[in-house]
Design a protein around this ligand. Structure first.
Ligand code: FRU
Length: 676
């Protein structure tokens, strides 16, 4: 009976998923509904998947929960477009079924029918995705195919095609490698920060070719890799390969971000260009001070309770724990002794507070209630800290200026028994200035907080020749809490990717696709003029202020100038896109951009390195309901940020805070909606 009920339950949710067609939008006019970006009509969406062009249609599949507006029941949603602007929603393509979610992956057209899935003359479309067994999180690579241009899909009955008994093995990207006549699968070993390359002749049998990583930024898990070749500076005789890897963690790059590596791929192995990473050095700002405890000589006067902390400091990671980094010397405190489920406590002897800061390297799970470090004075907690779900320890600092002269002790507590149920601590340092968290430096794709899991289209016709991709415009820190209903999340605009020489280095540039010009309607133009601190230019009077394309060129002789745009302003509201030339940065300040209080990690100021080019700065902004994408100097620097402004507060201004700049040209277009 129990079995029959369970079966019925599975059957019902499957039927519900299959028929939950993401119907064509009616008005698409809810608050913050993107007007020229893709979003599902309702429910939750994350990564773009299976992007492929076939017979005049661009396919867009995506991580989709057909049953709710938060992550869960992941299936592949589906939409198609003929112009990359207007999308037709189609029913769920590949549903969660038999206790297995459909995680991210890619799709190809199997022109030679190497897989044998084809029928008649029409080549099959083959999707390669991660099947995630819900009972134990086992992740394996699986196939599904379609013989009707993606309208219906059949899961391969020989699934999985690749199983290494891991629960951190996912997001396969498959591409055809012509010189060696085989399929390549690029897939992530998320926890190990490694990318694996497999080869196959039929998409069904795969051999391991090589591995890449860890390299670049590693503080977060590695997800959603992509691999493709591009001409360097448009020269078809100078081909380079780009390996793109996303980095997901609460601790790094503001939560979720993407990095890339430039090198060569010979059909077996990705070899990084020897000098590529040289420009990226992690920055640590660690003050001078007195080391109170380094745990190099055992626990000393520290007393433990429970098992989590063992009888002596750990020498790095325990077996079954992911690699641990960022600690000093050979030893640290690590409450994974006995796994996530172990609990316990460790407390220092008392000491006198003599300096205004207590700094420490901390890592592990994030739970201020059950997993924390606290400063006790007279037995009472006066300050505490928890980890950021990272195996890489990083600096945090307590300001203890008010407690100088007091007797104190430090307690580390682990009462957390689930996933991420451990805390790590090292190098307690007393100092006059705070230690600042180490910032991982890497070749970031986008300096904003809302561009993740980017994926590129396969099968773009040669006569088009562009490399196009699209990213998830959100962040795992707060994506499930954004104030939109009945859907959550949108994708960036499709972007054209190229490799350029920038300041003597090979770097990736991204630009919005030219097709977006077709959405331009009313245009406002401004005469060339000198702007200085007293002068604010009002761009109001635009009817549809939250759907704009802004193109501006500035000529700047004064290299200490600070200027930019203030968008969607009104009482208590403004989003600032500024350029601070003295610091060579661009910034987006969304602390007062409208609705910001739905999550503590949402408000904030993001910065990106930005320099003038021959004394000029070219700014290109796409603003939709709910988002901003900013492309500087032909896409050499990009920033993508969500914003949720009150549409009634709609003034747009040009501001100059310091110095003066020459506005050479300014064009502002209102953009038409793609949904009506
Ligand atoms: C990235 C990701 C992928 C995974 C998918 C699940 O955002 O975590 O690694 O396949 O989301 O929805």
């Amino acid at each position: 009976m129990k079995h029959a009920l369970r079966y019925l339950f599975f059957l019902l949710s499957f039927v519900q998923i299959i028929f939950s067609c993401n119907e064509p939008a009616k008005n698409y006019d809810e608050p913050f509904r993107p007007q020229f970006h893709f979003s599902p009509q309702k429910n939750w969406m994350n990564d773009p998947n299976g992007l492929v062009y076939f017979d005049g249609e661009y396919h867009l599949f995506y991580q989709y929960n057909p049953l709710g507006d938060r992550w869960g029941h992941m299936s592949w949603g589906h939409a198609v477009s003929k112009d990359l602007l207007h999308w037709e929603h189609l029913p769920v393509a590949i549903p969660e079924e038999n206790g297995s979610m459909i995680y991210s992956g890619s799709a190809v057209v199997d022109w030679q029918n190497s897989s044998g899935f084809g029928k008649g003359d029409v080549p099959p479309m083959v999707a390669v995705y991660t099947g995630r067994r819900n009972s134990d999180d086992r992740q394996t690579q699986c196939l599904a195919y379609s013989n009707d241009h993606g309208r219906t899909w059949t899961k391969y009955d020989g699934n999985p095609v690749l199983d290494i008994q891991s629960n951190n093995f996912r997001d396969p990207k498959v591409l055809w490698h012509d010189p060696t006549s085989k399929w390549i699968m690029v897939v992530s070993m998320a926890a190990e920060r490694k990318i694996r390359f497999y080869g196959s002749h039929n998409l069904k049998e795969w051999n391991l070719l090589s591995e890449f990583g860890p390299a670049g930024a590693v503080a977060g898990i590695w997800e959603c890799p992509d691999l493709f070749q591009l001409p360097f500076d448009g020269n078809p005789d100078s081909i380079k390969w780009v390996l793109e890897v996303d980095l997901g963690s609460k601790a790094v790059a503001g939560g979720s971000g993407g990095q890339y590596f430039v090198g060569d791929f010979d059909g077996e192995k990705f070899t990084l260009d020897p000098h590529f990473l040289e420009a990226f050095k992690d920055e640590t700002k660690e003050p001078e001070g007195i080391v109170f405890e380094s745990f190099e000589n055992g626990y000393g006067s520290w007393k433990t309770e429970g098992d989590a902390f063992g009888s002596e400091p750990a020498k790095g990671a325990f077996s079954y724990q992911n690699p641990v980094s960022g600690f000093y010397g050979q030893k640290l405190i690590n409450s994974y002794n006995g796994g996530d489920k172990a609990t316990g406590k460790i407390i220092s002897g008392t000491f006198k507070i003599t300096k205004p800061y207590i700094n420490f390297l901390i890592g592990g799970g994030n739970d201020p209630e059950k997993l924390f470090l606290s400063l006790l004075i007279n037995g009472k907690t006066v300050l505490s800290a928890t980890g950021d779900e990272s195996e890489s320890l990083n600096w945090k600092a307590w300001n203890v200026a008010d407690f100088i002269g007091e007797e104190a002790s430090i307690e580390v507590v682990d009462k957390h028994t689930g996933i991420w149920g451990y805390i790590m601590l090292d190098q307690i340092l007393f100092s006059d200035a705070p230690a600042l968290p180490r910032q991982e430096s890497a070749a970031w794709l986008d300096y904003g907080k809302d561009f993740y899991a980017v994926a590129s289209w396969s099968g773009i016709p040669e006569n088009d020749g562009r490399h196009l991709w699209i990213g998830w415009m959100s962040n795992w820190q707060y994506g499930q809490d954004v104030p939109t209903s009945p859907w959550r999340s949108a994708f960036s605009v499709p972007r054209k990717v190229s490799l350029k020489k920038i300041n003597g280095q090979i770097r990736l540039a991204q630009q919005p696709i030219e097709e977006l010009h077709n959405l331009r309607s009313e245009k406002t133009t401004m005469q060339s003029q000198i702007l200085s601190a007293s002068k604010v230019i009002d761009l109001s009077g635009i009817k549809n202020p939250s759907q704009l394309e802004i193109k501006a060129e500035f000529e700047v002789a004064d290299t200490s100038a600070e200027f930019g745009f203030e968008l969607m302003c009104g009482e208590d509201q403004l989003t600032r896109v500024g350029f601070d030339l003295q610091r060579n940065t661009m910034y987006v300040d969304r602390t007062r951009s409208g609705k910001v209080d739905f999550h503590k990690d949402f408000p904030g100021v993001q910065t990106a390195p930005t320099t003038l080019k021959n004394g000029q700065l070219a700014v290109h902004i796409l603003m939709d309901k709910g988002s901003l994408e900013i492309f500087i100097n032909d896409g050499e620097t990009v920033m993508t940020e969500l914003i949720f402004p009150d549409p009634q507060k709609k003034e747009q201004r040009l501001f100059v805070k310091k110095g003066s700049v020459k506005l050479k040209s300014l064009d502002v277009w209102q953009l038409k909606s793609t949904w009506n």
